[in-house]
Ligand binder design. Structure first.
Ligand SMILES: NC(=O)c1ccc[n+]([C@@H]2O[C@H](COP(=O)([O-])OP(=O)(O)OC[C@H]3O[C@@H](n4cnc5c(N)ncnc54)[C@H](OP(=O)(O)O)[C@@H]3O)[C@@H](O)[C@H]2O)c1
Length: 407
């Protein structure tokens, strides 16, 4: 999705001549992944507006060191502490090194904006830490919001705390909502590309391979979210994310498949008006929006030639072939610990699929069976969430192993 571009400049909406004075230090956690590297691209392009205060990742020592040598952050953190000695040799002088899973959470103190681009439930600590420390959280890591929503809802309104979505769909909804009152909204419409298996019948998907599932037609992303896109679980997680971000109930959140990925989502208001947000499918756009809000990047990441776009298609999702979307609605409506169970079961099943231990259709089956065994618990603290997640993972893993034995 990256393309040649001029250097973007930020201006406040409505006043193109006015440069904003506020310089923002950004902690990029998960800096070595797809979202992390695109975030650094945005920062690189607007050095007058953004700087990198901290970088963090799990294991990618060489890339992390290269990023530190380019951006000279105050702190670099690596979750896998066994790799710290090697990373330490590669870091430039004056950069502090922290190691271990908690080290990533400590990065939030260095920044005005925390970009959480960690993949999966592992991003939970950073989400909670950023908001608890009164920082702007630019959130790509939807899994943490899905799992820990009851805790997030309490800390997101602390002094200084601000939650801005990085997902292109939620960034689109944020823009379409503008300052409109929630009461004026009749529905949110999340668009989905449909993934690589759009239009295929269930019987046809029994033997798809990991390579097939990773061949996304429009987006270049990390493997976990790409598999989630192929099952429509990604859209399911996004439905829950939309509920938590915008406070609109599930009966008023719809999904429509839009294979061109040009309209990133829409809001329909009660007077019948629909506002949509079309733009090129480039994640640097919603990333820049979340970093700079309420300012905008003046230079676009790709423009649309409406005359050349041709036909934009919209169709309902196939819930029978892609049951994960329905499972996500079910878990979201159940509330409490059900979304955490959904997320944990999905992470276990996707990891097993990527390891070649589970077939693609079995991802949804493992999630459904795990959810059927859901033991409801009230989630008040992060420890409650960790306990629910751990229990769901044990259940899901035992289902995966039973299936492997009987295969
Ligand atoms: N990619 C997209 O276009 C896109 C769009 C919307 C939303 N998102 C969301 O953004 C998040 C990141 O996705 P991605 O596609 O960028 O993933 P990715 O390319 O797989 O990158 C994941 C990042 O997380 C780090 N990480 C992995 N396991 C970790 C752990 N246990 N502790 C700490 N850090 C860990 C990785 O570090 P190492 O490199 O060291 O392993 C890497 O920096 C996901 O929640 C995804 O749903 C992505």
């Amino acid at each position: 999705m990256t393309q040649a571009m001029e250097r973007p400049v930020l201006v406040r909406a409505g006043d193109p001549a006015r440069r904003d004075d506020a310089y923002r230090r950004v902690a990029v956690v998960g800096s070595t992944g797809s979202i992390g590297t695109q975030t650094l691209d945005v920062v690189r392009s607007a050095p007058d507006r953004f700087g990198v205060s901290a970088l963090g990742a799990a294991r990618s020592v060489d890339l992390l060191a290269a990023q530190a040598n380019e951006f000279h952050p105050e702190v670099v953190a690596i979750a896998d502490s066994s790799l710290a000695p090697r990373l330490s040799e590669l870091l430039p002088a004056g950069v502090e090194l922290r190691a271990g899973p908690d080290a990533l959470c400590s990065l939030v103190e260095t920044a005005e904006v925390v970009l959480n681009a960690v993949v999966g439930f592992a991003g939970l600590g950073v989400t909670v830490a950023a908001l608890s420390h009164g920082r702007r959280l630019a959130l790509a890591n939807k899994e943490s919001l899905v799992a820990v929503a009851p805790v997030v809802q309490r800390v997101r309104y602390l002094d200084g705390a601000e939650l801005l979505p990085v997902d292109s769909e939620h960034g689109a909804i944020h823009q379409c909502l503008g300052r409109g009152a929630k009461e004026a909204v009749s529905r949110l419409v999340l668009t989905a590309s449909g993934g690589p298996f759009r239009g295929r019948a269930a019987a046809d998907l029994a033997s798809v391979t990991v390579a097939d599932a990773l061949a996304h037609p429009t987006w270049q992303m990390g493997p976990k979210i790409t598999v989630d896109s192929s099952t429509l679980m990604n859209k399911g997680l996004e439905v829950i994310e939309a509920r938590e971000l915008f406070g609109i109930d599930y009966d008023h959140i719809e999904v429509v498949v839009h294979p061109q990925s040009i309209v990133h989502s829409m809001v329909e208001f009660r007077d019948g008006t629909t506002i949509a947000q079309p733009s090129a499918p480039d994640m640097r756009l919603p990333i820049g929006y979340a970093l700079g809000y309420p300012d905008r990047l003046l230079q676009p990441y790709g423009t649309l030639d409406f005359g050349a776009l041709g036909c934009l298609e919209f169709e309902p999702p196939d819930l029978a072939t892609f049951p994960c979307l329905g499972l996500a609605y079910e878990a979201g409506r159940a509330g409490g610990s059900a979304p955490a169970w959904l997320n944990a079961a999905n992470e276990v099943a996707v990891a097993a699929f990527l390891d070649g231990r589970l077939s693609w259709p079995a991802i949804a089956e493992v999630v459904a069976e795990t959810l059927a065994a859901h033991e409801s618990a009230e989630l008040v603290t992060v420890d409650d969430v960790l306990a629910a997640d751990a229990l769901a993972r044990v259940r899901a893993e035992s289902i995966v192993q039973r299936r492997q034995r009987s295969a």
